[in-house]
Design a protein around this ligand. Structure first.
Ligand SMILES: [Zn+2]
Length: 498
């Protein structure tokens, strides 16, 4: 059995709810692939079927009469004919055996007297229009998804554009939302404290209300923010501009997973708790001790969870002195900051290194991937692949595509923005200076955890491990040779690889 596909949509008002011709064709091809139907021709026209005399319809009829095809695949009988003349033609062709089969994804038909009777009604009745509205709307959503457009209300950080019917970045909320992800990525937040943060920073939901706790984790898990869409369990590529990078998103997923595991809650909040471990590998705990004089101190000591331990406790004021000494090593004053900024800017102006070639290579691969995706769809439509295989392969290719896009963005951003990164680094050195000046203890622990890791308590000493490039700053003499730190620190574009 050979089939001809026929799709139609008129520009008339009452046809607005009908699928576009493009959507009809896609649906019909997928339908044919699923049903393993052979297609010999695909015809479409943008004319109303209320009046007889459509050109393409006439072509289809003569195509069938000549015996080049013996069946029709069409979205619904109302696409085929909506006037008695054309309807009668079709019925007559069925009667004569010229049309041996007709397939409609949303209308059941078989060439029996009852079937023909139903068909005749379908041809004449606009009632079917209404009946199929619901199904059509659903298919319309799927077509939107296929085109990479979210068919529903945009999530927080995006806006529905009523004019283009697309999704725009909410310029107001997107930066805050990015910060929201970054905050969580520090690992310092619970969902609860992240909600507090959102409220303090006035990050409001789509309906301009405070974010609910349940929305926090939903937002953190939403792939929409990296340019994908999850619709009925399947991941699709979206046309919306990503708000956050895949790297950041992946980091957040890791933390969500970690925090999802059960853990004990802390009874007290001690300022420097969580900053360091004992040299034996066990965690450090803190407790209050009252002296005979009535004065109260905080002691940090080994929990001895990993067996006996020789390490002694450390009193908080001594620890605080040691912390300040470390901060002093990287502290940059406001005056120095100004000079460093000036030097960096001068260097940036000189720097002419471009990454055009790298970017071009990546873009070439990207273009190849597009072709692969198209081919994959063709293969799928031809019925060679099962839906499962198709989805799996498509997902793999989409992941690679995302990676490439990210790399291009990386080079473009770092190539152009190393100055920004270097400035951020320098600013953090200045922040050490500010923390010292204000004696802000509560902000010190998160700051110290950002600029180093695996700090230890050993011989009543805090043994600090700098995170590069902070080690360079700590080891550098005064005044800072910021230029060489920046070069060694991985900020400049030449350290970027493809
Ligand atoms: Zn210990």
């Amino acid at each position: 059995m050979r089939y001809v596909i026929y799709a139609r949509k008129s520009t008339e008002e009452d046809d607005r709810q009908v699928l576009s011709i493009e959507a009809q064709l896609t649906e019909l091809k997928e339908f044919a692939a699923k049903e393993k139907l052979e297609i010999v021709a695909s015809l479409d026209e943008a004319k109303t079927a209320k009046e007889p005399g459509r050109i393409v319809f006439g072509e289809m009829v003569s195509f069938l009469e000549k015996g080049k095809a013996d069946g029709i695949i069409c979205w619904h009988p109302d696409r085929l004919a909506r006037n008695s003349v054309d309807g009668g033609k079709i019925i007559h062709l069925v009667d004569r055996g010229v049309i041996k089969s007709m397939k409609f994804p949303c209308f059941w038909f078989e060439p029996t007297p009852q079937g023909l009777f139903m068909l005749q009604i379908a041809f004449g009745q606009s009632k079917y229009f209404v009946d199929n509205l619901r199904e059509n709307v659903k298919r319309g959503l799927r077509q939107k998804i296929r085109n990479g457009i979210w068919p529903s209300k945009a999530p927080m950080g995006y806006l529905n554009n009523p004019k283009t019917r697309g999704i725009d970045v909410d310029q107001d909320k997107a930066p805050k939302l990015r910060e929201f992800f970054e905050q969580y990525a520090t690992g310092q937040h619970t969902l609860f404290s992240l909600r507090q943060w959102s409220i303090q920073n006035n990050l409001l939901s789509r309906s301009e209300a405070q974010i609910q706790l349940s929305q926090i984790s939903k937002t953190l898990r939403n792939v929409f923010y990296i340019g994908l869409m999850k619709y009925s369990g399947e991941i699709h590529e979206g046309k919306q501009e990503p708000i956050i990078s895949k790297k950041l998103f992946d980091r957040v997923q890791e933390i969500l997973l970690e925090k999802g595991k059960p853990h004990k809650y802390k009874k007290h909040h001690f300022t420097f708790l969580g900053l360091m471990k004992c040299s034996c590998g066990a965690a450090i705990t803190a407790e209050y001790k009252r002296k005979k004089s009535g004065k109260e101190y905080v002691y940090y000591r080994c929990t001895r969870k990993k067996g006996p331990c020789e390490e002694l406790f450390l009193r908080d004021n001594i620890l605080f002195t040691q912390i300040k000494e470390y901060l002093q090593k990287i502290s940059l004053s406001d005056v120095e900051l100004e000079k460093v900024f000036f030097d960096l800017e001068a260097e940036y102006t000189k720097d002419t290194s471009t990454h055009t070639a790298n970017i071009q290579n990546l873009k070439n691969e990207l273009a190849k991937i597009e072709t692969t995706l198209e081919k994959l769809l063709d293969v799928f439509l031809a019925g060679v692949l099962s839906t499962g295989e198709y989805t799996e392969r498509k997902q793999k290719i989409l992941t690679r595509k995302l990676e490439l896009k990210e790399k291009i963005k990386d080079i473009e951003e770092k190539g152009m923005n190393w100055l920004g990164l270097a400035k951020d680094f320098v600013l953090s050195l200045n922040k050490a200076n500010k923390l010292l000046e204000t004696n802000n203890q509560t902000e010190m622990t998160p700051f110290l955890k950002n600029i180093g890791s695996h700090h230890l308590l050993q011989n009543r000493q805090l043994v600090f491990s700098w995170q590069p490039p902070y080690n360079l700053a700590a080891e550098s003499g005064r005044p800072f040779d910021i230029s060489s730190i920046v070069h060694a620190g991985g900020f400049e574009p030449s350290t970027l690889s493809v």
